[in-house]
Design a protein around this ligand. Structure first.
Ligand code: GLU
Length: 290
């Protein structure tokens, strides 16, 4: 039997905190207990926010925690061609369209829609435009004229094409959801898959990479639980296998908020500099001793 494949996939846009430690340690524990493999993927598609010193800090912090991962590490910024190929396949199926509104224009449209306009699972109002608002020929002309654009998934068409989808949840969603769960990608509206200056997006690259790397188990925080609906849809449209998902609780700060990379107090490097031994980190995130 081929061994299970786990991955920890941080973005080097800040220092790792206790929430990352829980994710990384859980992935490492599960890989060890199942004689599986542990991959590390650097999710650095956003070239303006990701920095080499944060990537180096990821390696240092994980090594300090006693985690061992396979080399070479996959760095997403070195694989834009793979995401372009996937996007081209979705385009060829007629599921992608360009939109041109600025942030300000979208905000204005949302004001006109009023308070009852639906929000996505993260609380952001869904895209108020749609494919029908402009002819494809005009969209092409505006792209060729060099205007900034976002490439969006035509969600209604994509869902109609893919049909009903489920995923296997071995952990739990924020409301205790577990087992075989129904994907609800429509709740996200016409998500962005790429932009003029960025040939991919989180959703697209994560799905392509999990498949290319043969990931069988995605272990990550509950903040990404509902994104799994979009991931399942993209997997179905691209003919990619679906891993098992295991979403874990989030580590909250004293005010009950999700930890942020900008809070220094819970950064692993700050805890290390303060003299905490790595085993203390396991205790702080509520994991038993190995
Ligand atoms: N890169 C994402 C993050 O740092 C995690 C992606 C994932 O685990 O699917 O939040």
């Amino acid at each position: 039997m081929t061994p299970p494949v786990f991955r920890f996939a941080p973005s080097p846009n800040g220092y790792l905190h206790l929430g990352h430690a829980l994710s990384a340690l859980l992935n490492a524990d599960l890989a060890r207990e199942s004689a599986g493999r542990l991959l590390l993927r650097i999710e650095d598609i956003d070239r303006t926010r990701c920095k080499p010193q944060f990537e180096q800090a990821i390696y240092d912090d994980l090594a300090w925690l006693g985690i061992d991962w396979e080399r070479p590490v996959r760095r997403q910024s070195e694989h834009f061609h793979a995401y372009r190929d996937a996007l081209a396949r979705l385009k060829a199926r007629g599921l992608v369209y360009a939109s041109f509104e600025s942030r300000g224009e979208i905000a204005q449209m949302l004001t006109e829609r009023g308070d009852t306009w639906p929000r996505d699972p993260d609380g952001t109002p869904i895209y108020p435009g749609g494919r029908d608002s402009m002819r494809d020929a005009e969209r092409r002309a505006r792209m060729e004229a060099g205007e900034p654009y976002a490439l969006r998934l035509d969600m209604a068409a994509a869902v109609a094409r893919a049909g009903d989808l489920v995923w296997r949840e071995a952990g739990q969603g924020p409301g205790g959801e577990t087992g075989e769960l129904v994907a609800k990608p429509l709740a996200w509206g016409d998500v962005i898959l790429a932009r003029k200056e960025m040939p991919t997006s989180y959703h697209l690259s994560v799905v392509v990479d999990d498949a290319l790397q043969g990931v069988t188990h995605v272990v990550r925080g509950q903040d990404l639980f509902w994104s799994t609906s979009v991931h399942r849809l993209l997997q179905a449209l691209l003919g990619l296998p679906a891993p098992v998902y295991r979403h874990h609780r989030l580590i909250l700060d004293a005010d009950g908020r999700k930890l942020s990379k900008s809070t220094q107090a819970t950064a692993l490097r700050a805890l290390r500099a303060g003299g905490a031994p790595p085993l203390d980190i396991r205790r702080m995130v509520g994991l038993p001793e190995p």
